[in-house]
Design a protein around this ligand. Structure first.
Ligand code: BGC
Length: 752
């Protein structure tokens, strides 16, 4: 064994011993112990060391020696965007052996939908409506990320949004506060695991607090105006769920909320998060969001920005250095109370203690062997399979038989290994993606697959490849067209004004349609696109979002009927950008539209004296319904709902309702169905949404099987903020159980 290897071996053994010791004294530390450790450390710290703990940077621009020196001096409590076993172990060694107080670093990273094994983008994961598999996906992400020294992920991103133009809709769970809350809990549990001192546990970070998803016009970073009822009844809900699930950290946001930037917002960060919710964790700013308060016009300079952020309760500053540069003088001048600094530092130290970093800051070099393990990749395939939503299937075009003699695989996303990974992927690799083309070739054999991308990438407008694609279609029994967006068209800073399918994809589909072969379109995108034209042209359409490393095999599983599609839309699909915002839980207006009242634009007689004959709430061109409603998704079978029964027609405000219904699988294949429960509070002290999701269950039904579902609906779930206080109001409610937000069995009940 050479010296290098021997050293590595010894290091691995000593680490394994530390890990073993750690595991054997697994129980969480008694609270008082944590507090006394925190207080003891704090009492030994200089102000400079405290400021260091409150500062986080991406050290990318520093040399290794400069980083080391900074760690020795205790200049930073945390780094982001450094990883790797040797690098992190060396940094932690410096912190523990060479810095005065021996406080370990905490290393953060955006592990948003997988580390090396990449899962579907979060919006795709939300389409599974399956908290269990989402939790496992986040657990796997943590196992992989921790093997590289990362102990803190800036996830889950749980911003509610009504705007598909906003590029970051890809990272979100969509529009619904209930679905997002259920998933937020699952994500936090997956990230943090069952035992925080386990080497694979990461700290979760609920972001972005708060309202960032309401950027005006869908332009990233734009101003947000959110009424307090919408803030509390919608936007804050998933954050409260993340807090309840034990999220160790929160991230403040970039946006200006009702005139006060969220990184200096005492109302949201202090009053709501700390005082009302009693949150005890740590708050980090978003990247330079503290100093961006200057551009917002809320602070004159860095010093004021630091002051306002700390007063609001931002414990750690990410990337910018206003804390480092100004806290000292703010304290010395008496503008900042030392108590506030101490609170922030305590929050940070507590986090490091809870994660067991003081005892075991090192990474076991063996752990990285698990990256991309077959079980992880198989799970990625499962999640991708459950995330795809079947939106059209004329005459059961899908599934295709594996006995098909020839199939054309066309489109810019058919063989685009990086694009299928989606946005916010730092550590996943295109070379580990299995594309649809590869998966279909593996399944059918290469000779049966006629591949011609037709377009080189999603925005490609050149028709140079059309002839080859048409020729491939002509010699095939069916066309599989993989449409969509490149990964770079969604994500942070990647908002679009028009949410159409880009480039010449529509034109190519038009040409392919002319061949008369069944046209099956699979859309792989970072957002809900306005796909009306494509839907019309296609015989079947599967909406897959960006499905991650295993998108290819997952889609092949669905296309060739190994499993039935079962995803449901976590967001309303609009007909065009002009219909935004369109979310299913809107209020009713005084003039709700109906089919009878809508006057389509072309039906209005020229020079008619009265343009809108109905005077109802609709668009002359779009009408009043979306392209596809929230919760929608088809299957290879059909489901019949029956026997909706309530335990009572009247409950008290402290009571609960038991809701039962039966679902019958009226087809020849076994499949999952996502059963959804909605309510409507008919009359309120403020107007109430036309529907609100209050429960859902993913159930499996064998062919011709009937399955009973039971929901418990406590009256407390009907509570809402009415502008003054939280109330459960008496009166009549509608209740539906059904397959999506616009269909279902209906009944009524009352609250006394
Ligand atoms: C994003 C955050 C992210 C941070 C660190 C910011 O630009 O808004 O979501 O966690 O960068 O990478």
């Amino acid at each position: 064994m050479n010296r290098q290897l021997a050293k590595r071996y010894l290091f691995a053994i000593s680490l394994s011993i530390t890990i073993l010791l750690n595991v054997s004294c697994k129980q969480a530390e008694p609270k008082n112990d944590i507090e006394s450790r925190v207080n003891k450390l704090l009492s030994e710290m200089t102000l400079d060391e405290k400021i260091g703990q409150m500062s986080q940077i991406d050290p990318g621009y520093l040399s290794d020696e400069q980083i080391k020196q900074a760690v020795r001096e205790g200049k930073y409590g945390s780094f982001l965007n450094v990883s790797g076993v040797e690098k992190i172990n060396a940094l932690q060694k410096t912190a523990l052996e060479e810095s005065r107080l021996k406080i370990p670093l905490i290393i953060g990273r955006d592990v948003i939908h997988g580390y090396r094994t990449i899962f579907p983008i979060p919006l795709g994961m939300a389409s599974t409506w399956n908290p269990e598999i989402v939790k496992r996906a986040f657990r796997i992400s943590s196992i992989e990320a921790s093997s590289q020294g990362i102990k803190w992920t800036f996830a889950p991103m749980i911003d509610i949004t009504w705007d598909p133009r906003w590029g970051r809709i890809a990272e979100s769970c969509g529009e619904d506060p209930y679905l997002a809350s259920v998933l937020a809990k699952a994500m936090v549990q997956g990230i943090q695991g069952e035992n925080l001192t386990d080497p694979t546990a990461l700290a979760a970070c609920a972001k972005h607090f708060v309202g960032y998803g309401f950027a005006e016009g869908g332009r990233d970073y734009s101003t947000t105006y959110i009424s307090e009822p919408i803030l509390r009844n919608v936007v804050l809900k998933p954050f409260e769920a993340a807090k309840d699930a034990g999220a160790l950290t929160f991230m403040s946001a970039f946006n200006d909320l009702n005139g006060v930037p969220t990184s200096g917002n005492e109302f949201t960060l202090r009053q709501i998060l700390r005082n009302e919710w009693n949150y005890k964790g740590m708050v980090v700013s978003d990247w330079a969001s503290v100093t961006e308060m200057i551009a917002h016009g809320y602070c004159a300079d860095e010093k004021e920005a630091a002051l306002k952020a700390i007063k609001a309760g931002v414990d750690m500053e990410m990337s910018s250095t206003s804390y480092m540069n100004h806290i000292k003088s703010l304290v010395e001048e008496g503008q900042l109370d030392m108590k506030m600094i101490d609170e922030a530092v305590k929050n940070i130290l507590r986090l490091k203690i809870k994660l067991g970093l003081f005892e075991n800051p090192y990474v076991d070099p063996e752990a990285e062997k698990q990256l991309l393990s077959p079980e992880f990749m198989e799970h990625a395939r499962k999640v991708a399979r459950q995330s795809a939503v079947l939106l059209k299937n004329e005459q059961n075009t899908l599934p295709l038989s594996t006995n098909i003699t020839s199939v054309a695989v066309i489109g810019p996303l058919a063989d685009a290994p990086r694009d299928q990974l989606g946005t916010w992927v730092f550590d996943g690799k295109a070379e580990n993606s299995v594309t649809p083309l590869t998966a279909i070739q593996d399944l059918l054999g290469k000779t049966k697959v006629n591949f011609a991308a037709g377009l080189k990438y999603s925005r490609d407008k050149s028709k140079a490849g059309f002839a080859e694609a048409i020729a491939a279609a002509k010699k095939s029994q069916a066309i599989l067209f993989f449409a969509g967006e490149e990964w770079i068209l969604s994500g942070e800073g990647q908002s679009r004004g028009e949410i159409t399918i880009p480039g010449a994809q529509e034109e190519l589909m038009e040409e392919l349609k002319k061949t008369g072969k069944p046209l099956i379109v699979i859309v792989m995108a970072g957002r809900p696109l306005a796909i009306g034209n494509t839907v019309e042209k296609s015989d079947a359409l599967l909406y897959a979002f960006h499905g991650g490393s295993m998108a290819g095999p997952a889609l092949a599983d669905l296309i060739f009927g190994k499993e039935s599609p079962s995803g449901k839309l976590p967001v309303t699909f609009v007909k065009g950008s002009g219909q935004i915002p369109f979310y299913y839980y809107h209020n009713n207006t005084g003039r709700p539209a109906s089919a009878e009242s809508w006057t389509p634009i072309d039906s209005i007689p020229i020079e008619n004296s009265q343009a809108s004959l109905g005077y109802r709430s609709f668009h002359l061109d779009y009408g009043f319904t979306p392209l596809f409603p929230f919760g929608y998704g088809l299957s290879y079978t059909t489901f019949q709902y029956s026997n909706l029964i309530l335990s009572s027609n009247e409950i008290t405000s402290d009571g609960k309702l038991t809701v039962k219904a039966s679902v019958f699988n009226n087809g020849n294949v076994d499949a999952d169905e996502i059963v959804q429960l909605y309510i409507r509070d008919r009359v309120g002290s403020i107007t109430r949404p036309v529907k609100e999701l209050k429960g859902f269950q993913r159930i499996h039904l064998k062919s011709r099987e009937t399955v009973g579902v039971t929901f418990e609906l406590p009256a407390s779930a009907l509570e809402f903020f009415n502008g003054k206080e939280n109330v459960i109001e008496s009166g009549k409610f509608d209740l539906w159980v059904g397959p999506n937000s616009s269909e279902g069995l209906h009944t009524e009940f009352s609250i006394k």
